[in-house]
Design a protein around this ligand. Sequence first.
Ligand SMILES: [Zn+2]
Length: 394
Amino acid sequence: MSLALNNIGHLVTNDPSIGNGPLGIINNAGLVADDEGNIVWCGPQDQIDQYTEAQPIDCYGCAIIPGFVDSHTHIVFAGDRATEFEARMEGIPYEAGGIQSTMTATRAASDELLSLNAQHLAYEALCSGTTTLEVKSGYGLSVADEERSLRIARSVTTETTFLGAHVCPPEIKQEDYVDLVVGEMLNACLPHAKWIDVFCDRGAFSAEQSREILTAGAKAGLGTRIHASQLAPSGAIKMGVELGVASCDHCTHITDLDIEALASASNTTVATLLPAAELCTRGPFPDGRHMIEQGVTVALATDCNPGSSYTTSMPFVMSLGVILMGMTPDQALWSSTQGGAQALRRTDIGNLCAGSRADLVVLDAPSHIHLAYRPGVNQTRAVVRGGKCVVGAL
Ligand SMILES: [Zn+2]
């Protein structure tokens, strides 16, 4: 079934060549997608008859944006850490070690429970407009448990990331664990993974260990990404840039030299900011606007995980990017869609250009500005993925 929409009051295409400003906005727009779920055309609505014979669906003047691309989540896990959250809110600081409590619950869970949890969170994300989701392993931390985490991740997305190097589990020495990650564990996870990631930070893995792990993953054919400078400043961002990773994520304690390095690699390496993690750990917010002005390519993502950022909502993350990271509403929208796509090295999503996937969100709002302007409010009228309405109604 093809799709034809008209009377779109405000269409964000992310293609400046077909609309106004950096977001390529077309007012009073139409959009047509083919039977395969790819966009054929979008433009002024009075031209729609040239591109479809079907009767277009009337959008009654509301706004449409590209589907969100959440390029950083950890949704394969069991249990929760509400008690740890409560203790943190009472004043105990966040440290990497809390990951082990989720590891224990995840190892004890059945495949069915882990799958149900991941599917539930992926559906929750879809309901707020996320049409592409990256999912990491990292709560199994044994060969068998990492392999099954990735197998389950693969059942909800093609953007799967092997994060065996999340933290070192308690039963093994760290040097031996690094050997396991780059050896037997990598081989077991390879069939289900597209990316490899490492938590390079205080209490997790050193820069040298991280380099070894990412290099082994790249040699095996995986794309690379890195958790960098969340808990303390380190050489992780510069190393990530040097290795050509697709994305340096967190960047909470970013330095001027890190910003320079990221700006010099803006076509290769994206800085993925995770403001909900800063919010939920009461961490400092990096200045997203400053990074963009210095030439860094910035993505926004949820970091959905049970310890430090238990949200699936990209609209909420956009609000935080604007209100607490200094970003403009335009910058936050771009970073949540096209920026996320770039962090996953995808050109077929994150925009509404001819040839791209018809992944889009119909908003109960007159423009994308309302997403940041009304924090925490669900303004999703419908979500379309691959040309099909999968949430709400058109
Ligand atoms: Zn993460």
